[in-house]
Design a protein around this ligand. Structure first.
Ligand code: CTP
Length: 217
């Protein structure tokens, strides 16, 4: 069976003037490793990535974006024909209400920047999903990792969530190793790693492959 996979990776950036933005330390390594693992299995892979410094994975269609709004638009455009959506992107949850056209000059005084929420991409797409599509989220947590991830699994109405600790220097952001707790519906729970992100990606894709095979029976 030929499988079409849509992956998001990296951070998003939200600018408040042409040279300043809010974002997070996501490197995109996990999402890129999953794209490579999926491509190696023969899946057709679309990879929507925020600003990262990683080489383009071989055999994968890369769509660079910057903001959450751009990521939503690009992912939405590619979502229809996909069999699996894997959202590893660390979407910046707020954006400045205003982005100034020129660099803001410092005054020596405090600065307040009003932020507004960005759309939840995964929850938005889940609302118009087909039942045969597999939707996988990544929960970036600093505490109560598994419990918080399970809440997101049900709130976002998705099939799997990979609980991922991003607390402190041992957290997942930017590192070459990772450990995931893959949670599914009806009590499914699988610990993947600790291992290199490459190995974690291969194991994750194998789990999803098995889940897809069950669905298509
Ligand atoms: N996500 C998304 N759109 C957002 C925020 C998150 O699609 N605006 C996706 C992420 O790509 C991830 C999942 O939702 O697959 C969980 O993201 P996470 O950052 O862990 O949680 P949030 O939903 O942002 O909630 P919170 O920041 O309160 O933990």
């Amino acid at each position: 069976m030929s499988i079409r996979c849509l992956i998001t990776a990296g951070p998003t950036r939200e600018y408040f003037d042409p040279v300043r933005f809010i974002s997070n330390p996501s490197s995109g390594k996990m999402g890129f490793a999953i794209a490579e693992a999926a491509s190696a299995l023969g899946w057709t892979v679309d990879l929507v990535a925020g600003p990262v410094s990683l080489p383009e994975p071989v055999g994968v269609m890369l769509y660079p974006v910057v903001t959450a709004e751009e990521m939503l638009r690009q992912t939405d455009a590619l979502f229809g024909p996909c069999d699996v959506l894997i959202m590893t992107a660390a979407v910046s949850d707020w954006r400045p209400k205003v982005c100034l056209p020129e660099k803001l000059k410092k005054t020596g005084k405090n600065l307040s920047v009003e932020l507004e929420p960005v759309p939840d991409i995964l929850a938005t797409l889940a609302q118009r999903r087909r039942p045969d599509q597999l939707l996988v989220g990544f929960a970036a947590e600093t505490e109560s990792v598994e419990e918080n991830a399970r809440t997101k699994l049900s709130q976002k109405k998705i099939d799997f969530i990979a609980a991922n600790s991003v607390a402190g220097p041992a957290g997942a952001f930017g590192r070459d190793e990772n450990q995931l707790i893959l949670l599914g519906r009806e009590g499914y729970r699988q610990v993947i790693g600790p291992a290199s992100k490459k190995v974690v990606a291969q194991k994750l894709v194998a789990e999803l492959s098995a889940a897809l095979a069950t669905r298509s029976c």
